[in-house]
Ligand binder design. Structure first.
Ligand SMILES: Nc1ncnc2c1ncn2[C@@H]1O[C@H](COP(=O)(O)OP(=O)(O)OP(=O)(O)O)[C@@H](O)[C@H]1O
Length: 341
């Protein structure tokens, strides 16, 4: 268990003090993939760097596995850091060392004898899928392969926690997906707790159990991923959730549909989990004397379930449409009548 209590980080600059992280309280359970999302400048990097004391909090406590990090001596902190691996947006590899030597490096630092290091490095190379690349230099690798080296290096000393600082932000979407899949498989195989920061809701949707939304140094909302997707409370959270449910072009299409639909109602339905698999539209057409026009639909997978949105146009007599709307609401499917964009 990781507990942050009243964590604050204030930077003093020549223009005054900056409250980068402001009284943050968080609890992260063992084995969880916990995502922190926020726009640039929200304080995410500063927050994650306080989890291994790369940045020391101005106030507050970081407790990992019962140890309060700021109270540890230098030697104890070095030992505690072996339990906390970290990967970075720009990989931070040693450019003059091969893949093998990069992964071996933390083992050397930890004083693991040479004969044991080789075996461990080969294990890690196979875990991250880099067989055959032992002798390559970072400059000879693709972005995704570099991040695989970063992950193997971070796991070398069997940490219990992996911190990911925008680990996929420099990668294209396909490579991002393959690295995210690797993080999930490591989380499941090794029971590792993964804490990541990102500005992309896609990353949260794909691999996180829990999400916290950060704005101006504070956590403004948090909870299990599906709960937050289903009932976002803060405007900031709603904006992030829109990244998943409404592609950019939807806004334009919505305006057009509304123009062409003086009659009836345009509604957005949101389905979560098993709801996404039920034949609601068929039921609507059977039960009510209305026409149902499907305008756009999308189902996205989350780590543990699925999440879908469907835009439909209901046409018919007003009372009949009203009854259909009531029926949908009773069926525990979220429904929003769209009146303007
Ligand atoms: N060493 C520092 N000295 C002074 N101010 C800093 C320092 N590090 C960060 N800040 C300020 O703290 C605030 C939060 O920065 P931080 O990098 O943690 O945000 P972020 O959400 O990670 O954004 P980004 O993704 O752009 O890095 C910003 O206003 C930033 O300018």
């Amino acid at each position: 268990m990781i507990t942050l209590s009243d964590i604050q980080k204030i930077f003093s600059t020549k223009d005054g003090s900056v409250h980068a992280v402001d009284k943050v309280n968080l609890q992260i359970n063992e084995g969880e993939i916990f995502g922190i999302i926020g726009y640039s400048g929200a304080g995410k990097s500063t927050l994650i760097r306080m989890l291994n004391m790369l940045e020391r909090p101005t106030h507050g406590e970081v407790v990992i596995a019962g140890k309060e990090l700021s109270k540890l001596s230098k030697k104890e902190l070095r030992k505690a850091r072996q339990e906390i691996g970290m990967i970075f947006q720009h990989f931070n590899l040693l450019w003059s060392r091969t893949v093998f030597e990069n992964i071996e490096f933390p083992l050397e630092i930890a004083g693991v004898p040479k004969e044991k290091r080789g075996e461990r490095v080969r294990e890690l190379i196979s875990l991250v899928g880099l067989e055959g690349r032992d002798g390559s230099y970072p400059s000879q690798l693709s972005g995704g392969q570099k991040q695989r080296v970063g992950i193997a290096r971070a796991l070398a000393n069997n940490p219990k926690v992996l911190l990911c600082d925008e680990a996929t932000s420099a990668l294209d979407p396909k490579t991002t997906d393959s690295i995210l899949d690797l993080l999930v498989s490591i989380n499941q195989k090794l029971g590792l707790t993964v804490i990541l920061i990102t500005h992309e809701m896609h990353v949260i949707r794909k691999i996180c159990h829990q999400v916290a939304v950060m704005e101006q140094g504070k956590i403004v909302e948090q909870g299990p991923v599906l709960d937050v997707f289903r009932h976002p409370q803060q405007n900031m959270t709603k904006e992030f959730v829109k990244q998943i449910i409404e592609p950019e072009e939807t806004k334009e299409s919505l305006a057009q549909w509304l123009q062409n639909s003086e009659e009836g109602k345009v509604v957005r339905l949101t389905f979560v989990g098993k709801d996404a698999e039920r034949p609601l539209i068929t039921e609507l057409i059977r039960k009510f004397n209305i026409e149902v026009n499907i305008l756009q639909g999308k189902i996205s997978k989350t780590l543990e379930s699925s999440y879908g949105t469907l835009f439909i146009h209901l046409r018919g007599e007003e009372p009949e449409i009203e009854k259909a709307v009531q029926f949908i609401r009773q069926e525990q499917v979220e429904l929003e009548v769209i009146e303007h964009v």
